[in-house]
Ligand binder design. Structure first.
Ligand SMILES: [Zn+2]
Length: 418
């Protein structure tokens, strides 16, 4: 059983009921600023990654004694036959000799430390954010007892309807993104390139919720210039809500946002639906009216659409298979573009006939995602060596740019100032 464990210290019992100072002109807000402080508490919390339930305990302080007390609570409240893997940060309290001694006597406990300054990797941080935003920030508490009661009520409310937070990628893969971004900053040449983070899903292939906001905030801090939030597995309302939230955060930092509407098939675990059937029925194609609403209500900067394009399959059984030669419904593209009037994105760009691609660009497609025709040579190269894989990826990229997309020598067209 995996538990994300952390403490939120110094939570204040603030009494905001007194009349506030008159607001200065040009400032809006409803919270008063002269509140009374009535003491603090520390919340220890353990979030189960299995079912999203949460074990929490408020304590007056935040020392190794309290941490051990909380470990004992975890011990009592989890099935005794299970091994427990606790994800915690590097805070010294978690490594105190007394704690280590206690752990040696309780061999079913295993602690895993998140790297320094990567505490955001710990999912319980997300839960703390929700607690703060939904209950603490606007609450008013006369004393610590009332505060603890409110936290307790919030936890019981959460446990009646637990939501599982998961990462779309393993921790290692997220750290790889960090490393990639650093490498990009070292090598970049902005006459030619921008850094974009693709496909952060709100709900992943297995229908699990992803901490998309946390991942995207991190990407923005790292220096990504554009991010994508993929809410295409959700209803239009939920997709709109998630995309709008991301756009607010990203636009505040001057970062562009790509949204997605419609189903670009290929990443599912099972075999994809037969292509001709899919194309003929228009199944999963982006609905133009929905696209208009999504763009108007979220202010996304570009939109990924489904018009016959499919992803290359990434399941183990199919990842080496030749990709189907997809076609594009150009009339449908016209209809979407005239409704939204923002640059459109074509996912699944590998293996589409050149004529279709060129025509699509004339009709509003401004970004083309190409993965399969680069990934497959890379994976073949990896069987030999990382250097061979790098060379294969480079050759394949040049081939796509020159032969398939015919982009050679177009830098001044795309980027005239550079
Ligand atoms: Zn895609």
């Amino acid at each position: 059983m995996v538990l994300c464990v952390d403490e939120k210290s110094q939570i204040q019992a603030l009494d905001r009921t007194q009349p506030g100072l008159p607001l200065k002109p040009g400032r809006c807000g409803t919270m008063t600023h002269d509140y009374k402080r009535h003491g603090t508490t520390t919340l220890f919390a353990a979030l189960s990654t299995l079912d999203g339930t949460l074990l929490g305990d408020c304590m007056p302080q935040h020392r190794h004694q309290e941490f051990i007390r909380f470990l004992k609570r975890i011990d009592q409240h989890t099935p005794s036959e299970l091994d427990l893997h606790l994800i915690v940060d590097n805070y010294a309290t978690h490594k105190h000799p007394r704690v280590e001694r206690w752990l040696r006597r309780h061999p079913r406990f295993h602690l895993h430390f998140t790297p320094t300054s990567c505490s955001w990797l710990n999912l319980v941080e997300r839960w703390f954010q929700n607690l703060t935003e939904q209950r603490l920030r606007r609450g008013s508490f006369h004393n610590v007892k009332e505060l603890i009661q409110a936290i307790g009520d919030y936890i019981s409310g959460h446990d009646q309807n637990p939501r599982i937070f998961v990462w779309s990628a393993s921790v290692e893969r997220i750290l790889t993104k960090v490393a990639k971004c650093k490498e990009y900053q070292r090598l970049k040449d902005e006459r030619f390139t921008r850094l974009h983070l693709d496909h952060v899903p709100v709900v992943d292939e297995d229908n699990l919720s992803v901490d998309y906001e946390g991942i995207i905030r991190e990407a923005i801090e790292l220096g990504y210039q554009s991010v994508m939030v993929d809410g295409s597995r959700l209803s239009l309302e939920e997709n709109t809500r998630a995309t709008r939230k991301v756009a607010e955060v990203a636009h505040a930092a001057g970062v562009a946002v790509e949204g997605e509407l419609g189903a670009v098939f290929g990443h599912e675990a099972g075999p994809p639906p037969p292509y001709e059937e899919l194309f003929a029925s228009g199944k999963g194609f982006t609905a133009p009216g929905d696209a208009k609403r999504l763009v108007e209500e979220t202010h996304v900067d570009w939109l990924s659409v489904a018009i016959g394009n499919v992803h290359g399959a990434i399941s183990d059984a199919l990842r080496n298979a030749k990709k189907v030669e997809a076609r594009l419904d150009l009339k449908h593209l016209d209809c979407i573009y005239s409704n939204v009037n923002i640059p459109l994105v074509l996912h699944g760009g590998s293996g589409i006939k050149k004529e279709y691609i060129r025509e699509a660009v004339r009709r509003g497609i401004a970004k083309i995602n190409v993965a399969t025709s680069i990934r497959q040579p890379f994976e073949v190269g990896m069987k030999e060596s990382p250097a061979a894989a790098r060379q294969a990826a480079f050759d394949a990229t040049v081939q796509v740019l020159r032969e398939e997309l015919g982009l050679q020598g177009t830098r001044r067209v795309i980027n005239p100032e550079a």
